[in-house]
Write a protein that binds this ligand. Structure first.
Ligand SMILES: [Zn+2]
Length: 313
């Protein structure tokens, strides 16, 4: 039987799972990964960061067209990089750009693959210059992701400063012929719960495939009416055929100032987060009345040694 510390138990909701938490007292991580929110590449991009680039603790920032937004000085992009820099003291920014993959096997926007590759790689290189201008001490790694052999394989190449590409990861493409995904997860960029959050969706909610929309504070930028944030939901609902959004907030979220802002009172903190989640659910329902929104809060319990996943209405 799952038990909860007394005050938190007063809050409504169903405890779904309790899992170990290995980051007690750790507030810094190595890097932030900027990636597209599409379900098609999420798992492999995260694997590539861990296995090929050798980075285990990293924030996951997932919005559409990162490079384009960075170049147009999107407030959301810089605000997110600033949070990762100031709160998590990251030393590295890893940018993943994927080529388009539509039903015809190629992009609709480019006449051929060479043109598309050239466009995306130029965007990556420009993004690196801009990031280094803003954060001169940051290390920037660029990775370009394409599909090969009629969408049979996914190839990830590191793009060097001179534009040369070096293959670093290759995997079978799991979604050949699949263009829709009925679930999207909106979560914080937070590195400390990244793995467990995704496992929770797969194992406890029994949803094996889902897109990832990752922004600081999960709901925060949507409630501030960020265009970049809403673009991610619009893309999921209009293009990817999303029918269910899992909205996940977590305890001690830096984007909201952490539990320190509540004098260490986890109950007040959770009540504030739930309020934010209700607000975003209402906004999503106004725009997309048929989308189901599932609310999940991640608690830090047992003296910060465990994570507890709570589902509430
Ligand atoms: Zn957070």
């Amino acid at each position: 039987m799952l038990t909860v510390s007394q005050p938190l138990q007063k809050l409504s909701g169903k405890v779904m799972s309790i899992v170990p938490f290995g980051f007690k007292g750790i507030t810094e991580c190595d890097a932030i990964v900027a990636m597209p929110p599409t379900f098609k590449f999420t798992k492999e991009i995260l694997n590539c960061v861990e296995d090929c680039l050798g980075i285990k603790a990293f924030d996951a920032f997932a919005i559409p067209s990162f490079s384009k937004k960075l170049l147009s000085e999107s407030h959301t992009v810089f605000q997110t990089l600033n949070i990762a820099d100031k709160k998590h003291k990251i030393k590295k920014i890893i940018l993943f750009q994927t080529s388009d993959s539509h039903e015809e096997g190629n992009s609709f926007s480019y006449s051929n693959q060479v043109m598309e590759d050239g466009y995306h790689i130029a965007g990556l290189l420009k993004s690196r210059d801009l990031i280094l201008h803003q954060y001169p001490r940051m290390e920037v790694t660029l990775v370009y992701v394409t599909l090969k052999e009629g969408q049979q394989h996914m190839v990830m190449s590191e793009v060097h400063p001179n534009g040369e590409r070096e293959t670093i990861f290759r995997a079978e493409y799991r979604f050949r012929g699949v263009y829709n995904c009925d679930t999207a997860l909106i979560r914080c960029i937070e590195f400390r719960t990244r793995k467990q959050d995704r496992s929770f969706v797969r194992n406890s909610l029994k949803i094996p495939t889902f897109g990832l929309i990752g922004l600081p504070g999960a709901s925060k930028r949507f409630l501030e009416d960020s265009q970049s944030a809403w673009e991610a939901i619009n893309l999921a609902c209009n293009t990817d055929g999303c029918k269910k959004i899992i909205l996940m907030h977590h305890a001690d979220c830096g984007a909201y100032g952490g539990v320190a802002c509540f004098d260490g009172d986890a109950v007040s903190e959770e009540i504030m987060h739930r309020g934010e989640m209700y607000k975003l659910r209402d906004m999503i329902h106004k725009k997309y009345p048929n989308i189901e929104v599932v609310l999940v809060y991640v608690r830090l319990i047992h003296n910060q040694t465990k994570l507890q996943y709570v589902l509430f209405d």
